[in-house]
Design a protein around this ligand. Structure first.
Ligand code: HEM
Length: 505
């Protein structure tokens, strides 16, 4: 027995040496990067918490090793990049559109929806869904944006009122924003009201827990251990429980939508608004190659991508406003110019006039991009900055680090919305600001998200002043699991500016 164990150990060791001295590993190790240890590579240097890992991967290491460096997470090689020209090379490529096995941990949740789909499956699905996000169609979603922004104001107002009196008060705003953006995506994209703002939503807590577990697993030893062993642990059980809550919620959304589409199918004309789920269900009925599982995967994908990212953008925008009262007042002046002192809904036409608000939204997305990192699988050898990147490796694009690159944005840590005024854009590399990614695999919901942010923020800032107490809480720390979140929440002091919170006039 002892001999068998020794023999097995010797074989494993020889295989390991063969791998370690392979051309693949040697080629990657020509790229600068932190010193590695056998088997775990650099994984042990990366903190398990999503704030610490962001600091090391996107702040510290780019400073030490440059805008292209390599990281080994066990046997997996990542080439981390954060300069505009390197981003352009990968993002605009038609060849490197797949995300590879690093996105596999998302599969039990999102299946092969648009975010994770590969090759031709992705191309076909993207073609099918693109019309749902057409500029003219987005106009129809403004009612939903406004209605939910009003409910958000009413909910915040309720939290400020005590015994009939309205007072300024510190509130943890992030959960309010998440509930609002979840209601918006479910209603606008799926045609379903889930009333997350009015009733407690287990789904949101489950998404939060699940995202964190995915992140923790990514850099941990669990990558090397069979999944069934992980499922025996407490964390593994939490993983399964959260996933069930998420999928049960999707099932509820889907069963409501199916009833809707069965009842109303004959009434939907081509001139009508097409929520994205309508498009899929109709395409399925008309014989497109779409199974029930495909539809479920897209619902999961859009529910996640459509609420967590926009809530993150909203919370960081409010943080920037709350720490820069002078910019907040300038936005309010612009709002007063467009709306007077009315609480009326914000229209598509209004959004085109809210130029300073847009600059502030973009500047907050620069400093706090909702999706701080994305990845692409390298299917054939390429050369980046003179380094050969062999097929089989993964490019890790650090959007957060790119946006804080002082060669592109002088005083990168300072909130300066003027950076996005037209005259300042001249000469700036088009891939230096990419919160929605860019190229063929960019964010399909980009315009939807920007309109949504403008409506929510123009409604909130007309009714409340937001202040973040830095002396009390210190600067908010960003933390990156799947999206960029405030590490310790976002407590903000809200001061009511109007008496009428009952809705738009
Ligand atoms: C501020 C809000 C948002 C930001 C910053 C954002 C950012 C991004 C980024 C960076 C990607 C590329 C991901 C990757 O390559 O791995 C992406 C993809 C995607 N986003 Fe967004 N997103 C936002 C809002 C939305 C909304 C509202 C929706 C849905 C209505 C949405 C749906 C999607 C989908 C389906 C993909 C996958 C697209 C594909 O692979 O073809 N996103 N988003």
């Amino acid at each position: 027995m002892f001999l068998v164990v020794c023999l097995a150990a010797a074989v494993i060791f020889l295989l390991y040496l063969r791998w370690e001295y392979s051309t693949y590993v040697k080629t990657i190790d020509l790229i600068p990067g932190p010193p590695k240890v056998p088997v775990m590579g650099n994984a042990l240097l990366i903190p398990r918490n999503p704030h610490g890992s962001l600091e090391i991967l996107q702040e510290k290491w780019p400073k030490i090793y440059g805008r292209i460096y390599r990281v080994w997470v066990a046997f997996q090689a990542f080439i981390d990049i954060s300069s505009p020209s390197l981003m352009e090379e990968i993002m605009s490529s038609q060849k490197f559109i797949n995300k590879g096995e690093v996105y596999d941990p998302l599969l039990p949740w999102l299946g092969e929806g648009l975010l994770t789909a590969k090759g031709n499956k992705w191309r076909k699905r993207r073609r099918l869904l693109t019309p749902a996000f057409h500029f003219q169609i987005l106009d129809n979603f403004f009612d939903t944006f406004n209605k939910n922004a009003d409910i958000l104001c009413q909910q915040l107002h309720r939290s400020l009122s005590k015994e009939g009196e309205l007072n300024e008060r510190e509130i943890e705003v992030f959960p309010f924003l998440k509930r609002c953006t979840l209601d918006i995506i479910c209603e606008a994209a799926m045609g379903i009201q889930v009333n997350a703002q009015l009733e407690d939503s287990e789904y949101l807590n489950a998404v939060q827990k699940f995202s964190l577990l995915l992140f923790e697993n990514f850099f941990s030893v669990w990558r090397l251990v069979p999944r069934w062993i992980f499922f025996l642990t407490t964390k593994g059980k939490e993983y399964k429980k959260s996933l069930k809550v998420i999928h049960d919620f999707t099932s509820k959304v889907l069963s409501n939508s199916n009833n809707f589409i069965v009842e109303h199918f004959s009434m939907i004309s081509f001139a009508d608004r097409r929520a994205f789920l309508d498009l899929m269900l109709i395409a399925a009925k008309e014989g497109a190659d779409l199974t029930d599982t495909d539809i479920r995967n897209e619902v999961d994908t859009f529910m996640f991508e459509g609420h967590d990212t926009t809530a993150s953008a909203a919370v960081w925008f409010l943080y920037c406003m709350g720490t820069h009262p002078e910019h907040q007042e300038r936005v309010r002046e612009e709002l007063s110019h467009v709306f007077g002192d009315s609480n009326r809904p914000c229209t598509l036409e209004d959004t085109t006039k809210l130029k300073y608000l847009e600059c502030c939204i973009k500047e907050s997305l620069r400093l706090y991009p909702s999706v701080p990192n994305i990845k692409r699988y390298i299917s054939e050898d390429i050369v980046l900055n003179g380094y050969k990147v062999p097929a089989g490796s993964t490019i890790s694009m650090h959007i957060y680090s790119l946006h804080r690159n002082e060669e592109v944005f002088p005083d990168p840590l300072v909130f300066k919305p003027e950076r996005f005024e037209n005259q300042q854009l001249v000469g700036r590399h088009p891939f230096s600001f990419v919160p929605f990614s860019a190229g063929p695999r960019n964010c399909i919901g980009q315009r939807f998200a920007l309109f949504e942010e403008k409506v929510i923020m123009s409604t909130l800032l007309r009714r409340f002043r937001f202040t973040y107490d830095t002396d009390k809480h210190g600067p908010a720390k960003p933390s990156a699991d799947l999206v960029l979140k405030p590490h310790h929440g976002m407590p903000m002091i809200l001061s009511p500016l109007v008496d009428n919170f009952l809705g738009s006039e």
